[in-house]
Design a protein around this ligand. Structure first.
Ligand SMILES: [Zn+2]
Length: 76
């Protein structure tokens, strides 16, 4: 978890109040529904491009790599 903003948090080490504010405004919102809750079981990628159909739960990028091993065939 966490995004690119975690790299900049060092600046606020001496300012706990400000740090709290930055964290509050930048942290990912906890969600219970929607595509943002889905996570690839192979690479951990979140958000769009995930295949949940057939209980795959992997992203399209990973699917491309493992589809052949899993026995999927590309249709002409
Ligand atoms: Zn993936």
């Amino acid at each position: 978890m966490g995004g690119h903003y975690t790299k900049c948090l060092k600046i606020y080490m001496n300012k706990p109040g400000k740090l709290k504010k930055v964290l509050r405004h930048n942290s990912r919102k906890e969600r219970t529904t929607g595509y943002a809750t889905a996570r690839c079981i192979r690479c951990g990628r979140m958000g769009r491009g995930l295949i949940r159909k057939y209980g795959l739960n992997i992203c399209r990028q990973c699917f491309r790599e493992v589809a052949k091993e899993m026995g999927w065939k590309k249709l002409e």
